[in-house]
Design a protein around this ligand. Structure first.
Ligand code: CAA
Ligand code: NAI
Length: 718
């Protein structure tokens, strides 16, 4: 777990050896303790260098150990002993020094970083704080404002920025360990007292109270209801006290966070993201028996809202792209937009824009030789079918054909081609060059190789990719339907858009459902409802207005659209805005009147609706659909659903995602509430508990990590 060597005759080189990130597991802590004791007690040793194997210094505490009781030596006294030692200790930082890893570097008397290294204290993103002295030593090293920013955001900084901030003493492009060894030799004999951060006084800005007031306001605004950032501010404030008092405060604050539900949710989210990357489909297809193809060239068809962002995402990772539009004017508009986006993007990232990789065309004939095509034309099945038919004729047989449809049948498109095994969905989210989520849709015939290629391309573009099955709306948009519908039924029953939004925002969503709909545009869903015959001229005349296709239907969203209220873009939607395009939503008396008239017309007596009912109806219906998705083998594991909601739909990360949230509330309670609401509102759809939820409760509500086994056994009994 840590290798010990005597090098250059008098330097003890301690190498952490716990792949893949040299996390500080109990065994590693034990090994550091033993090797440091040996170095400090060996008279031949005059200095120590600590480094990590495989080009990674240390990724911090072993997060997996947080769930169990503490084993092995605790970190704080171990770090204190390194700092207090009489021999100079140098950290040779390659790869990462994060969390406890960076706290280890902070107790070393000197820090040398490779120019590609990243450093930081990301504990806040796991719902905790840097409690091995990080909140006390970092402010002493780089001052309060910089330390506050780093600790409350958990941001990783580059070696260059770390040097500027004073977090490291030197940045090197050479072999970091060699440089550190030389550095250590030169440090021998120099006084260490000024290098022991815990003995220093924190430099304070003149307006100390003001700095903390602003920081508190900022974290409260940014992370509504999240505890860890606020605790981080309080811990940094304690760095203005003598070290012994500050460290005591750090530890008290950590105790309030460590076992909290928020910390559990955030740590679950960390691992869920990594579980989703190792995709397993219910069909048994999985990442480790499928090799992705290399993608050098691609084409994007349609340069609308989505197509432009997809072109940018591909080009910025060095893939040459042919972008196709349907007419000259649209092609030129699209070209200018893409170039503008790439230039702004390159400026922001400090690199040159990859414009030479782009070609613009009006003809599918130009796509003969590309490795992959992503179709992003209108959501119109006939048009998409025609394009896939044509692509099948034009593209070489090995070209992968993908669609960005937000919910149409991928198999129907695959059926238009001579290579259904090479057809898959690549469902990006808007704006495609910004949003992290990519749903990779596996059709009935999609080969493992095609899915592996789409997944690995997603990773290359910096996306969090989740493999899902094919059904209307896939995972994300299929689940959105019950969530949106509950919200509109609640309007019918007596709530207002602002009341529902507030309840959801207090829960932690960045935007409530109506504010989000106004941003996305209400016309999109209206068009889909018209096309599926739920509203508009094609409605079955036998269906009364509040019943469609055999089930209860709420026509309020259609009535809003019929008034030309499409959301922010028209300056009116569920809210009113000062002008089209404005984002400041204000309650609109016209919507209150519309709701009043509607309720009177249908004899609905409005009732007082509590925030608890809003949360339960919207979120339990959402999770209930998630259980059905697992039953239907559209998602392979609950983690996939949660990752989709965290990265694509703004579900608060400190709640872990809809499935984790359901597990935290308790499956029995979720079942009981759904049964209650289903009984109270028997014809409101989506409230009937799913068979899988019932089965899990009958089996004693196992923890979420065990659901997969139960789902498997359920499928094998079908
Ligand atoms: N503990 C346990 N496992 C960890 C880990 C950690 N700190 N960091 C990474 N891993 C695991 C991952 O789960 C993954 O495991 P699987 O292969 O089984 O899925 C594996 O290491 C590789 O991780 P990534 O896929 O994330 O690799 P990457 O190269 O993309 O990123 C990384 C590397 C930047 C270090 C990233 O893993 C990361 O951000 N890790 C977490 C860092 C962190 O938050 N550290 C603070 C921990 S809390 C702490 O340190 C508090 C304290 O002292 C008391
Ligand atoms: P859009 O209307 O903004 O753009 C579509 C573009 O396709 C237009 O520029 C149009 O000129 C072009 N086009 C139409 N026919 C063409 C043809 N034959 N050849 C070349 N180009 C053609 O639509 P948007 O929003 O970009 O959606 C595209 C696809 O992405 C749809 O399938 C949609 O469901 C999906 N999607 C949309 C999201 C969104 O938030 N807008 C999110 C995720 C997926």
């Amino acid at each position: 777990m840590a290798r010990y060597e005597l090098v250059k005759r008098s330097v003890a080189l301690i190498t952490l050896t716990n792949p893949p990130v040299n996390a500080l597991s109990s065994a590693v802590r034990h090994a550091i303790s033993k090797t440091m004791e040996r170095a400090l007690s060996d008279p031949k040793v005059t200095a120590v260098v600590i480094c990590g194997e495989n080009g990674r210094f240390c990724g911090g505490a072993d997060i997996r150990e947080f769930a169990g009781p503490l084993r092995g030596p605790p970190l704080v006294p171990l770090l204190d002993a390194i700092e207090a030692g009489e021999k100079p200790v140098v950290a040779a930082i390659e790869g990462v020094a994060l969390g406890g890893g960076f706290e280890l570097a902070l107790v070393c008397h000197y820090r040398i970083a490779h120019y590609k290294a990243r450093l930081g204290l990301p504990e806040v993103t796991l719902g905790i704080l840097p409690a091995a002295g990080g909140t006390q030593r970092l402010p002493r090293l780089i001052g309060i404002p910089a330390a506050l920013e780093l600790i409350t955001t958990g941001r990783h900084v580059s070696a260059q920025e770390a040097l500027k901030l004073g977090m490291v003493d030197q940045v090197t492009e050479q072999n970091t360990c060699e440089v550190a060894l030389e550095f250590a030799l030169k440090a021998v004999g120099k006084p260490l007292s000024s290098r022991r951060l815990s003995t220093l006084t924190t430099p304070c800005p003149p307006d100390l109270d003001g700095v903390f007031e602003v920081a508190t306001m900022q974290v409260q605004k940014k992370a509504r209801g999240v505890m860890a950032p606020l605790a981080c501010v309080q811990a940094v404030r304690a760095a203005t006290l003598p070290y012994s008092e500050g460290i005591k405060r750090e530890s008290e604050l950590m105790a309030t966070l460590f076992n909290s539900g928020q910390a559990q949710a955030l740590q679950y989210s960390f691992f869920a993201q990594r579980t989703a990357e190792k995709w397993t489909l219910p069909s048994g297809a999985q990442w480790n028996n499928s090799k992705p193809r290399e993608i050098r060239s691609a084409a994007v068809i349609g340069l609308g809202t989505m197509g432009r962002g997809i072109v940018v995402s591909l080009a910025r990772v060095g893939i040459s792209v042919i972008a196709v539009e349907s007419d000259k004017k649209l092609l030129e508009t699209g070209r200018q937009m893409v170039i503008g986006m790439l230039e702004r993007d390159a400026k922001r990232r400090g690199v040159s824009a990859s414009l030479s990789l782009l070609k613009f065309s009006l003809s599918l004939q130009d796509l003969k030789d590309v490795d992959l095509v992503i179709e992003a034309v209108f959501e119109d099945m006939a048009l998409k079918k025609q394009i896939f038919r044509e692509l099948s004729k034009v593209c070489r047989p090995a070209t992968l054909l993908c669609t960005n449809t937000s919910g149409l049948d991928v198999d129907a498109l695959a059926g238009m081609t001579d290579r259904p095994q090479l057809v898959a969905g690549m469902h990006f989210f808007s704006p495609a060059h910004v949003m992290k989520l990519l749903e990779v849709v596996c059709g009935l015939c999609s080969s493992n190789e095609a899915i592996a290629t789409a997944m690995s391309l997603g990773k290359r573009m910096g996306k969090v990719s989740v493999a899902v099955g094919n059904c209307p709306g896939f995972v994300g948009n299929r689940m959105l339907m019950p969530y949106l519908e509950q919200a509109t039924f609640l309007l019918e029953e007596g709530a207002t858009p602002e009341q529902i939004d507030k309840a959801l925002e207090d829960f932690g969503f960045a935007m409530g459902v109506f504010r989000m709909s106004d941003l996305a545009g209400l016309d999109v869903g209206w068009r889909v409802r018209k096309e599926s015959g739920l509203t508009g001229p094609d409605v079955d005349p036998k269906d009364p207005p509040r019943r469609r296709q055999g089930r209860k239907y709420c026509p309020i969203p259609d009535m809003v659209c019929e008034q030309g209220r499409f959301g922010q873009k028209t300056g009116r939607g569920w809210y009113m805005y000062d002008k089209p395009g404005d984002t400041n939503a204000k309650p609109d008396p016209l919507i209150q009147n519309l709701l009043k008239t509607y309720r009177t017309r249908y004899g609905i007596q409005p009732r007082k609706i509590t925030d608890q009912e809003i949360i339960e109806r919207c979120l339990f219906a959402l999770a209930n659909e998630g259980f059905r998705i697992l039953e239907d083998k559209i998602a392979g594991q609950p983690e996939d659903i949660d990752v989709i909601y965290l990265f694509g739909y703004g579900f608060p990360r400190h709640r872990g995602g809809p499935m984790f949230y359901a597990s935290m509330v308790g499956l029995e309670r979720v079942l009981e509430r759904l049964e209650y609401y289903h009984h109270a509102f028997p014809d409101v759809p989506h409230l009937e508990p799913s068979p899988l939820l019932k089965k899990l409760v009958a089996r004693g509500s196992p923890p979420i990590q065990k659901w997969r086994e139960h789902i498997k056994s359920m499928h094998s009994h079908l």
